[in-house]
Design a protein around this ligand. Sequence first.
Ligand SMILES: [Zn+2]
Length: 259
Amino acid sequence: MSIKKLSSKELIIRGKWILTMSDQGDIKDGAIHISKGKIKNVSLYSDLKQKLPELEIVGDGSGIVIPGLINAHTHFSEALIPGMGSEMTLFEWGREIVTPVSENLNLETAREGTILKVIEMLHSGVTYVNDMFVHSNPNIMASLGVVDGLNHVGIRGCVSYGAEDCTDGVTSMNSLKVDNILEEHQELESSVSENDFLDFRLGIGTLLGQTDRLTKDSIKLCKNNGWKVHTHMLEAREEIVHSVLRWGCRPLQHAQKIG
Ligand SMILES: [Zn+2]
């Protein structure tokens, strides 16, 4: 049963243990009453079964039911290359693996990779995923494929395009146009604005991976639309060195300065 179908039904989920975040703590031989996608009651299975005898029951009472986990940061743009270059340093891996791949990502690889990874996530209890799709294919708005993939499975999530336009050979060899990047942010936002399951953030791959013009225009777009940002604030040694050389301060200090 898909998540969307499941969330539109009225049913009882039964477990040996129900782990809650409330004062009720962990409930042995418990159950959850769900109606129209909302939790209506969490109690002992015997109580709920007595009150609602006609409802469908999911689970045989032997499992552990936990609140959905949140994956706070992932890259579906790397969904089809797991484990590749695991012996490399971060910067080598970026240059040798991620960059060449990111130049060739398209709607299909974005969609299929998203579906594959979301299935893995669901198996480990993740029910909300915050993605930053990083690509530098100048010919296509590949990040829109993520929305297709998330919609196909029906998981909740947040999408962003982790844009970078510096042709420094680390993040990308392609020279992406600022206007095209801004347009992709807008298209991505439009594609989820009416979707109850999906949110949007404006992605900034890294500050160092962007030209100052792109960062400035991205901040303006966020302020005009009330958008929030999804970015990396790593402050690894290489990042600090490059940041001090370029702006005379660390990345976080620079982020504060530019708003
Ligand atoms: Zn990341």
